[in-house]
Design a protein around this ligand. Sequence first.
Ligand SMILES: Nc1nc2c(ncn2[C@@H]2O[C@H](COP(=O)(O)OP(=O)(O)OP(=O)(O)O)[C@@H](O)[C@H]2O)c(=O)[nH]1
Ligand SMILES: [Mg+2]
Length: 447
Amino acid sequence: MTSKELMCLHIGQAGNQIAESVWELMCLEHGLSPDGICEDPKDGNMDVMYSETEKGEHRARSLFFDFDQAAIDRLRKHKYKKIFKPNLLINGKGNAGSCYSIGYANLGSSFIENVMNNIRKEAELCDTFLGFVMFHSISGGTGSGFSSYLLDMVKQEYPNKQLFTYSLIPSPNISNIVVEPYNAVLAMRDLGELSDVNFLLDNEKMYSILRDQLNIESPSYADVNKIIAHTFSHITSDMRFKGGSNSALYDFAVNVLPYPRLHFLSLAYCPIISRNKPIFDELSTYEITKKSFEQSSSLASFLPDKGQYLGINLVYRGDVNQKDALSAINEIKLNKRIKFFEGGPTGIKILANPMECKYFPDTEMKKSPRSLCKVANNTAIGQIVARITKKFDKLYSKRAYVHWFADVKDKFAEAREDLSSFEKDYEEIIAVYDGEPSVYFDDDDDY
Ligand SMILES: Nc1nc2c(ncn2[C@@H]2O[C@H](COP(=O)(O)OP(=O)(O)OP(=O)(O)O)[C@@H](O)[C@H]2O)c(=O)[nH]1
Ligand SMILES: [Mg+2]
């Protein structure tokens, strides 16, 4: 297996709390002890996520940054704390006051050199470095402003490396940050410009899944973060485990990106079933495939039925029957509610890795021998952009709180305009006749 190393960047509170789940799951899947020793070698390619010390201990290839100390301290005390390199756990002593401008301009410049130096050191240890996956929320100041600053620096220094992000976006109804629309518009514009692929998720949608499907009355961040970790474990499974198509993150993304600018993607995950459900509720490949197209499986609040699919990757793990997957897809193609890009063939790519996913010891989720993460590019994701810009306009029409953003005031108009043109791009590519999706398997590179 050729190793193609990834580096994770966890930024702000959300980004670093998600790290707790992501890295616990990575260690469980690769059979790593809390010391980073591989206790149960599998057909895994450890190099994707870890570097190795001379003593054979594995260390996360991941940098953790927050202006605040609390989330980084939690990692320093984490069950798997030894796998984190101390120089890659970086924090300040305050916070960015929920303000993009502070994260980008004021505090950002005092930390960027240290962060970039450490990224450089890690990248130099790689043989075939593929790129970065960033985890952050774009609602607060660090996750929006500092992430943008960092993406800019990383893009300048590594122009040919892939930049993927897991971006938590504002929820439609829950918010406790008044300037969230400003932060989100500024950050989304930067994501559109500086990165290659963005997976958009919102807490409100994931809370509703946890309430409805796992019967958790008051879901915690940890519950949400576990679902996010499961999706990450799927999209990287082919790089990390033998037996599948061995497709790297970027090969995998090609199918869903017919136009480079339109790279805001949605994720759906299933099965998410309560562990208290009886065994006969185990879902077949056919059932998880059908379910992944239901609104209840989507991890972001938007209505895919109002748009058209430009590309879909179905990333399966475990005991998967491809015939079953195909027959479900054939039925989905006949469903008039689900629309495919009318201007050309929509690729539905099937990737299947036989390695079953592992579960958190304290999860409410029922273990399943098969699971699926659906990665989709749907034009209706423009609804999310419209929702955020509408809130931005309401706040900006009164010029409320703009003085907090004085250092980035030139970016305001540009960012707002750019997101409008982005919404239009989605509308304009939708043509007038019915398209017929084509299905590709992971070993089928003929497209
Ligand atoms: N899913 C999830 N969301 C979180 C978590 N922690 C915070 N959030 C959400 O993230 C948003 C705020 O972003 P934070 O990450 O707390 O902010 P920050 O990037 O640290 O920025 P500042 O605190 O302003 O410096 C809010 O919408 C929170 O609900 C978490 O562990 N998981
Ligand atoms: Mg914070």
